[in-house]
Structure formats: structure tokens, C-alpha cells
Design a protein around this ligand. Structure first.
Ligand SMILES: [Zn+2]
Length: 280
């Protein structure tokens, strides 16, 4: 899809499963299970969608998926399915990993950022995008290296540290702008320093929602993940974005929605609902 100076595409890097209860927080299973039917272990199927933007001489990738190289135990826990190396999921767009100039990592949880590292045959890791600057919020970087027991399982340290070791890390504080028509907005409810890219131009805007609005089933105010460290802040941040999107006719793109890559937002009786479905 053309957004001003940018060509924007969404690609699924693989599928995985997480506990359905954890994905919907305080919402009872009798309600969320209608939108996301759970398996025998109460897990729901989720996409690891990434966004690719090309414009002004840059090739920008937003998040990387979980990547490959997980052992049997993690494969079983997360039921990874069709997880691809970046070279595979970018091939359909005619992009080689070496051509990626910028990787915006919304945050460093493994399902968003672990694909930035590629396992090497003799052990150790290499960068999946050797020529790219990897953009991360400073607060998220510091948190990822010193997580608390509640979110420690979401970070794989060896896949993160390589970004600094290879000098590929670009740290940011708060909202920032990567290029004309590509602003990056900072949030803090899900985890310290989650930042989300907003492509805009030609009367259109696309926000990649990552874990602020993980799927189109997460529009109602209390539908907040139990993974969030500050759920009330998440609720307020989500309401703010849904309001902006509704007023500005933005397109919201969902990283984890298995069926809906993106949609617009409509409001009805002071509630926000998924509007027109959009394919990016
Ligand atoms: Zn996350």
C-alpha cells in the first residue's frame, strides 16, 4: 500500500501460541474464547507479523518475528509454526536482508525482536540484518538487560546483546522521527519504552500497533494483556490511540492478529470498534 512517500507491506514471519487467558487479562474465558478459540492447553494462535516500509532510499523493517533456532522445549511451549528466517519472509518482496537499512524493534520481547539474531552453525549468533541500524528505546534496552521475574521469560539475552556487540544499536528517548513521513511514538504500559512507527502521507496514516493493540479483538477498554507491567497505563494509551485513529481515519496494523492484518477504527456509543478491513 502507498502511504505518501512510502510503500508499506505487512508480512507474516511465522505463527505461535500463547495462553489465551494471559492475552486477555481480566476478561473471562467465556468472552474472549468467542473471538479467539483456545486449544486443549488453553493457548490461542497468533501471528508474528512484521511491517516493511520502503521510501526515500531506505528499507525499514518493523520487528523481526521470533526467528529460528529454538530447542525442543521452547518449540513445544510456544508451538512455533512456519517460523521463517528473515531471508525467507523478505524474499517475496524482493528484499535481501543486507538491503535493510533500518530495523525498528518495537520492544525486545522474543516474539518481536529475537529474529534480529541468526544462530550460527558452530554456535553463537550473527545479525540477520548486518547493515541495518537497530532502533530501540533506551528504557527498553536497559530493562531487557535487567528484567524482573514477571517478564524475564520474554527476553532471550544472547539474541539481544549481539546488537550492542556489533555496534548496530541506535537508542532513542521518547517520540522521534526516522525520516519524513515516519514518526515513532513511545509508550510505556506494556513494557518500558515500547515504540510504534506511524507512516503517514498523501492523506493516509498507518500505525503498527505491536503489543499496544495486539489483535483487532483487543479494542474494548478492559481487554489488556496480563503480560503488561502497567495495565492501567496500557488502557489509557490504547484509548488515546483508538481515539486518534478514529478521528484521523488511520489504519491500524496488528502484529499478532491471525486473520486481520489491518483495519480502520469506527466509534459507536463511546466505544471503538474495528472498521473497514485493510490489506497492506
Ligand atoms: Zn511484548
Amino acid at each position: 500500500m502507498r502511504i505518501g512517500d512510502w510503500d508499506v507491506h505487512a508480512v507474516i514471519s511465522g505463527m505461535f501460541r500463547l495462553d489465551g487467558g494471559a492475552m486477555f487479562g481480566v476478561v473471562p474465558r467465556s468472552l474472549w474464547s468467542k473471538a479467539a478459540p483456545p486449544d486443549a492447553e488453553n493457548r490461542i494462535s497468533m501471528a508474528m507479523r512484521v511491517l516493511v516500509g520502503r521510501g526515500g532510499g531506505r528499507t525499514v523493517l518493523v520487528d523481526t518475528g521470533a526467528g529460528t533456532g529454538y530447542g525442543e522445549k521452547l518449540e513445544a511451549i510456544y508451538a512455533f509454526e512456519n517460523t521463517m528466517a528473515p531471508s525467507a519472509y523478505l524474499r517475496d518482496l524482493g528484499i535481501a536482508p543486507e538491503q535493510v537499512t533500518d530495523v525498528i524493534l518495537t520492544h525486545l520481547h522474543f516474539d518481536h525482536a529475537a529474529g534480529a539474531a541468526v544462530p550460527q552453525p558452530g554456535g553463537g549468533w550473527a545479525l540477520a540484518f548486518p547493515n541495518a541500524a537497530h532502533h530501540v528505546q533506551k528504557t527498553q534496552w536497559e530493562h531487557a538487560l535487567d528484567p524482573n521475574p514477571r517478564d524475564r521469560a520474554s527476553y532471550f539475552r544472547d539474541r539481544i546483546e549481539i546488537l550492542a556487540k556489533k555496534g548496530a544499536l541506535s537508542l532513542h528517548e521518547g517520540d522521534w522521527s526516522l525520516a519524513s513521513g515516519l514518526d515513532v511514538l513511545a509508550f510505556g504500559g506494556h513494557t518500558p519504552g515500547q515504540h510504534l512507527p506511524l507512516f503517514s502521507g498523501g492523506g493516509e496514516s498507518v500505525l503498527f500497533c505491536a503489543d499496544l493493540v495486539p489483535t483487532s479483538a483487543h479494542f474494548p477498554a478492559p481487554y489488556i494483556m496480563a503480560y503488561d507491567l502497567d495495565p492501567v497505563r496500557s488502557m489509557d494509551e490504547k484509548a488515546g490511540i483508538l481515539g486518534d485513529a478514529s478521528r484521523g481515519n488511520w489504519i491500524l496494523s496488528f502484529e499478532h492478529d491471525p486473520a486481520t492484518p489491518a483495519c480502520r477504527v469506527r466509534s459507536e456509543d463511546r466505544r471503538y470498534l474495528p472498521g473497514e478491513r485493510v490489506t497492506l
